[in-house]
Ligand binder design. Structure first.
Ligand code: MN
Ligand code: MN
Length: 476
């Protein structure tokens, strides 16, 4: 037995033909998932569909429960042989991703184009969102409560949207500014349309319209002052039956358009939007559904949260009481005498979230001994936080050792990592909000290159290793 610990490359460990096939088929399913799910709502809908097919339902008395809040956060639980008061095997991941949200009053027209103003969501690098095709995803709810799902820009024949970038010829002043001020949020305006509404002559064919707008006189008025904006409103009205006021309450997100792709000659990597943290949502779901029949020893519980990227706030974020309510209802149905505190104190959890891999071109920003290498398996991040471990969950050694033992038995490569140099990096996850319940929990997930960019990169062998690890954890 070697006294020294060295991380291992997943490709060396999973070298059998059977494992290589398993990696490839998992990657195919993952690329399909990533291409279809670009918002928290779409991710929750995807998970619900797969869970429903596996027998999960709303009935709290059932052995397989799923329950969502506003279609944005999802609680999933599966009954075990042991009483619930002996604790759960818990995995939390987040389904929201950095993006450009449309402002509540988005439409404007200037210099020959109709635009939507945006307010970015989460930690983006603003310049990465310029000069690239963007799609619109989201929900518009009409006053009468009817809700319209929007996805524009994903089908090959769909138009896309974009934010024009400044031409180098006029960037003389911009290029001397620091990146933090060179790109201004108020210039992140999405080009939606170009053709003005005809000033005279017949109005374009319209679909169902609200009463006040039926005679088209309002549209003629708009056409006179802002003819391109009028065109946008007409198209939205024809296709979705909405008026400008409906946009005020809408949730519309501009996200990178198009499917996820393999990266590299060997198809060893996947590039795509939203892998932080949908790769963990996908891995956790795969892990849960892998053993559909055998009743697990302990109850298993997964939660996919919204709002992690903006501090886990709101009714659908990890700081909300939703998780607590779900566990209380589950306990009432399964084991009415179980104390909530016992369930939580006996629960062992994983905050499944991605980790920043060592960037081959920025290696000096990492502290090499405590940094993650892509391909070397999922990373434990014992503590997150920043500058003196501020705002960190710090997992206990007894717990980390227990987890290491599970991985060792399953022969799964793993690594221990910290995000960036001390005082140089850091970040937060949902772990600390769950640790508040007293459960044992640690951050764990695959390393990612280009995190928070419109085209994040993950290793398909890391995805496989993570899925295997989560499966073993749920069963442990
Ligand atoms: Mn994350
Ligand atoms: Mn993130």
């Amino acid at each position: 037995m070697s006294l020294e610990f060295k991380t291992r490359n997943c490709w060396d460990v999973f070298s059998s033909a059977k494992e290589q096939r398993a990696i490839a088929s998992l990657a195919e399913r993952y690329i399909d998932f990533l291409s279809r799910c670009k918002t928290e709502r779409e991710t929750v809908a995807y998970a619900r569909e797969r869970l429903a097919a596996a027998g999960y339902g709303r009935n709290a008395k059932g052995d397989k429960i799923m329950r969502d809040l506003h279609g944005k956060t999802l609680f999933i639980a599966r009954r075990g042989k042991e009483p619930l008061s002996r604790g759960m095997r818990f995995i939390g991941a987040h389904a929201d991703t950095p993006r450009l949200d449309l402002k509540q009053r988005p439409l404007q027209e200037q210099a020959g184009v109709g635009q939507a103003k945006t307010h970015y969501y989460g930690g983006i690098r603003k310049y990465q969102w310029l000069a690239r095709p963007l799609a619109l995803h989201g929900v518009i709810v009409r006053k009468n409560g009817d809700s319209v799902n929007i996805v524009i820009g994903e089908r090959p024949d769909d138009p896309v949207f974009t934010i024009a970038d400044l031409l180098p010829h006029l960037a003389k002043d911009q290029i001397t500014k620091p990146v933090s001020t060179a790109f201004e949020a108020e210039r992140l305006n999405l080009i939606l349309a170009h053709k003005p509404m005809p000033q005279n002559g017949p109005m374009p064919k319209s679909g169902p319209m609200p009463k006040s707008d039926k005679d088209g006189s309002k549209k003629k008025e708009d056409a006179a002052t802002d003819p391109i904006k009028a065109r946008i409103l007409t198209i939205l009205n024809e296709r979705y039956g909405v008026v400008e006021e409906d946009l005020y309450s809408a949730e519309l997100q501009a996200v990178p358009a198009g499917p996820a792709r393999y990266v590299g000659l060997d198809k060893g990597l996947v590039g795509g939007y939203g892998q932080d943290d949908r790769i963990c949502v996908f891995a956790a779901l795969e892990a849960l559904l892998a053993n559909g029949r055998a009743v697990p020893a302990r109850a298993q519980c997964l939660v996919f949260w919204d709002k992690e990227e903006i501090g886990s706030e709101g009714s659908t974020g990890a700081k909300s009481r939703f998780f607590e309510y779900c566990v209380q209802d589950m306990a009432a149905a399964w084991e009415p005498r179980a104390r909530f505190a016992d369930i939580m104190l006996n629960t062992r959890g994983i905050s499944a979230d991605v980790h920043g891999a060592v960037d081959p071109d920025w290696q000096e920003l990492h502290e090499r001994l405590n940094a993650a290498t892509i391909g070397h398996g999922p990373c434990f991040c014992k503590f997150t936080g920043h500058r003196g471990k501020y705002e960190a969950n710090d997992a206990h050694p007894e717990y980390v050792a227990w987890l290491r033992n599970i991985l060792a038995k399953g022969n799964i490569p793993w690594q221990m990592a910290e995000l960036g140099k001390v005082d140089g990096g850091g970040g937060g996850t949902v772990a600390m909000h769950l640790a508040a319940y007293g459960m044992d929990i640690i951050d764990f997930g695959p390393p990612i290159l280009g995190m928070h960019s419109p085209f994040e990169i993950a290793g398909v062998a890391d995805l496989y290793a993570t899925t295997q690890a989560l499966e073993l954890f749920l069963k442990a």
